[in-house]
Design a protein around this ligand. Structure first.
Ligand SMILES: Nc1ncnc2c1ncn2[C@@H]1O[C@H](COP(=O)(O)OP(=O)(O)OP(=O)(O)O)[C@@H](O)[C@H]1O
Ligand SMILES: [Mg+2]
Length: 292
């Protein structure tokens, strides 16, 4: 479905990895007595696709919500596009939000609105846009995510899981952000829909020079897309590195996640020169249980 755009950018190099666009320093986040993050550091550079992984409840969504400014850190600093998010005024916050698109883990779409209205919503929030222009923008976004225009009038309940995620991406891209956040984008999708989704993100990354931060449990998606993977464990980012380097860190979560049977199988998809740098335990046959 994404064939025209993906064919057009196939020979285009991926975005050049450049300056820092997100810098989180010494972040602590508490909810009541519970400490979710403690002395957490995290950074993302322009052009990267960073996967954030960690156990359920380790604070992945919370970290993204703090970077987006939807929640305040308990202490520490978060800079986005070089601006400290705790000290900027309302008007700057609005501008910064328009430079960031988000596909939420839950409730990717408003169920009471058509596909068209879902995609148009962030644009309408900005102010009045002439109807013909809005129509063109929404149709362009639909085309960008590989959905035919005829779906514009449908309600979310009439769409498949994969189509809902695509419309969610179209909405996240409505304001042409530089930074795209995806929270569990392939959860609940069948393997084919997940593969199509990976191709869509790879295509959009090249076509739009996007920087992507993606929370995922899906090892195949992580392996196919990430320039680096950030592992959250023990309330902080334990390591943020290319997959082959992260997999070599000695930690129980990393052993279980990367070096278990599913992890080892997914890592086989790395190109040979990167696979060669994996720790020996990752190269053991994926059909045998790893000996630790
Ligand atoms: N607004 C909130 N109020 C109270 N506790 C919260 C709030 N948001 C998150 N938490 C708690 O903080 C912890 C981290 O939550 P978060 O949603 O970030 O986890 P996660 O890593 O995204 O997990 P999952 O993989 O299940 O999505 C959890 O224990 C959660 O219950
Ligand atoms: Mg979450």
């Amino acid at each position: 479905m994404t064939a025209p755009l993906s064919a057009a950018v196939r020979n285009r190099p991926p975005p050049v990895i450049a300056e820092r666009v997100i810098e989180v320093r010494d972040l602590t986040k508490r909810y009541g007595p519970m400490i979710v993050h403690e002395h957490l550091d995290f950074e993302v550079r322009r052009g990267e696709i960073v996967s954030v992984v960690g156990g359920s409840g380790s604070g992945k969504t919370s970290l993204i919500r703090q970077i987006l400014g939807l929640e305040a850190p308990t202490s520490g600093t978060i800079e986005v596009f070089g601006r400290d998010t705790s000290t900027i005024d309302e008007a700057t916050v609005r501008v910064m939000r328009s430079r960031m698109g988000m596909l939420f883990q839950q409730g990717a779409l408003f169920s009471s609105m058509s596909v068209f209205d879902n995609i148009a919503q962030p644009i309408r929030e900005l102010g009045r846009v002439p109807a013909p222009l809005l129509q063109d923008i929404v149709m362009l976004k639909l085309e960008m995510v590989g959905l035919p225009c005829k779906h514009a009038s449908k309600m979310p309940a009439a769409l498949s899981g994969g189509m809902i995620k695509r419309v969610g991406i179209a909405r996240a891209l409505a304001l042409e952000p530089e930074l795209l956040f995806l929270d569990e984008p392939t959860a609940g999708l069948d393997p084919q829909a997940s593969e199509d989704f990976v191709e869509l993100i790879a295509t959009l990354h090249r076509a739009l020079d996007l920087t992507v931060v993606m929370v995922t449990h899906d090892l195949d998606t992580m392996t196919a897309l990430s320039t680096r993977v950030a592992v959250i464990a023990d309330r902080r980012v334990l390591v943020a590195a290319p997959i082959e380097d992260a997999a070599a860190v000695d930690h129980p979560f990393i052993r279980e996640f990367f070096l278990g049977r599913r992890g080892r199988r997914a890592l086989q998809a790395l190109p040979p020169e990167r696979r060669a740098r994996l720790p020996a335990a990752a190269l053991a046959s994926a059909s045998a249980e790893v000996q630790i």
